[in-house]
Design a protein around this ligand. Structure first.
Ligand SMILES: NC(=O)c1ccc[n+]([C@@H]2O[C@H](COP(=O)([O-])OP(=O)(O)OC[C@H]3O[C@@H](n4cnc5c(N)ncnc54)[C@H](O)[C@@H]3O)[C@@H](O)[C@H]2O)c1
Length: 315
């Protein structure tokens, strides 16, 4: 079936697009940026989510539409409230309207655990507004939906907005990690490949018109995560805790606000956090130093880290 992924050139959307293609769907990616991860068979439309005509044309004939497009960074949303409202709320409303007109069977939205929290500023409020608008489209027009509330993601293709990538990059580039917060904050990390798998599984009927929580089973304090990264880097990293912006991030749990309760979707197997971080260390080494020494081996041009994976010899 035809599946449209808005924001499919980004970190999470590109992995979900891959998983959908692997499941045999016809994937069309709509994004303001061309996807560097486009696979054979995937179609690409470069366009703005605020362009009603372009969005309508793209969702024509689609059975399922995912929306990952918009401002995905809490700090950026906090600094750009009007753009956050435009891209996250108006943009999502334009997609909903196009889905209704095209008779789309399921609309899937990328929400966040921050909807439960008092933290998260405009990022959180735009996600809450979108969830309510999606419910209205269901009540008034019968548009079927699944709302995915993701936890803390990590893994290949992440950029500097991503906490784990950011810690590893700081550690490797400068030997020092500065964390805004006291490190006591608790997070449930989920590897992006596990999140992408779960994001496809929810297409079954049991998840129609449901809220689904997609977080990892690996709960960890940020302080312990930083100790883990430091140990993997031979204890050569200095960690400094700086004052936090309390309106941005939650401490122990996001669950303080009470929107509709979500079902938690956990896979039978999942990718291990330690192994996942090691993969990120390898790929950041390659970014920072073209000939890094890893485990005593000098990597040269005949070795490469493939899409965040451990270095592999290429023939
Ligand atoms: N990464 C996480 O940890 C996480 C956690 C919870 C929820 N989410 C949500 O998942 C979604 C994707 O997050 P991500 O981390 O992949 O972010 P990302 O920034 O990598 O992806 C967002 C994509 O949207 C595209 N985009 C932005 N403005 C657009 C516009 N006007 N028109 C068309 N495309 C536009 C960007 O080019 C980008 O490819 C976001 O809605 C985010 O809030 C992410």
């Amino acid at each position: 079936m035809k599946v449209v992924v808005l924001g499919g050139s980004g970190f999470l959307g590109s992995h979900v697009s891959d998983a959908l293609t692997e499941a045999g769907h016809e994937v069309l990616i709509f994004d303001i940026k061309h996807s560097p991860y486009l696979r054979p068979g995937q179609q690409m439309v470069v366009g703005d989510i605020l362009d009603e005509r372009a969005v309508e044309d793209s969702v024509q004939g689609a059975s399922v539409v995912y929306n990952f497009a918009g401002i995905a960074d809490i700090a950026e949303a906090s600094q750009r409230p009007i753009d956050s409202v435009k891209f996250n709320i108006l943009g999502n409303s334009i997609v909903l309207e196009a889905c209704r007109k095209a008779g789309v069977k399921r609309f899937v939205f990328a929400s966040s655990l921050y909807v439960y929290s008092k933290a998260g500023s405009f990022y959180r409020s735009t996600k809450q507004a979108c969830e309510l608008l999606i419910e209205n489209y269901h009540e008034v027009f019968g548009l079927s939906y699944t709302i995915l509330r993701y936890g803390s993601l990590y893994g290949p293709r992440a950029d500097k907005k991503n906490a784990i990538y950011n810690f590893v990059k700081q550690a490797i580039a400068s030997g020092k990690i500065i964390r805004h917060g006291d490190g006591e904050e608790l997070r449930e990390y989920i590897h992006v490949l596990d999140a992408a798998k779960g994001s496809c599984e929810i297409l079954s009927d049991e998840f129609a018109n449901q809220y689904v929580i997609l977080t990892g089973q690996q709960q960890m304090r940020i302080k312990d995560l930083l100790i883990m990264i430091n140990e993997m880097l031979d204890n050569k990293v200095t960690v400094e805790f700086a004052p936090a912006n309390e309106s941005y991030h939650y401490e122990i749990t996001p669950f303080s606000f009470a929107p509709r309760v979500g079902k938690r979707l956990t896979g039978k197997t999942y990718l291990d956090l330690g192994q996942g971080i090691l993969d990120i260390i390898y790929s950041v080494y390659r970014e920072v130093n073209p000939f890094p020494i890893v485990n005593g081996i000098v990597l040269n041009d005949s070795m490469q880290a493939v899409d965040g994976q451990a270095p592999q010899k290429i023939s």
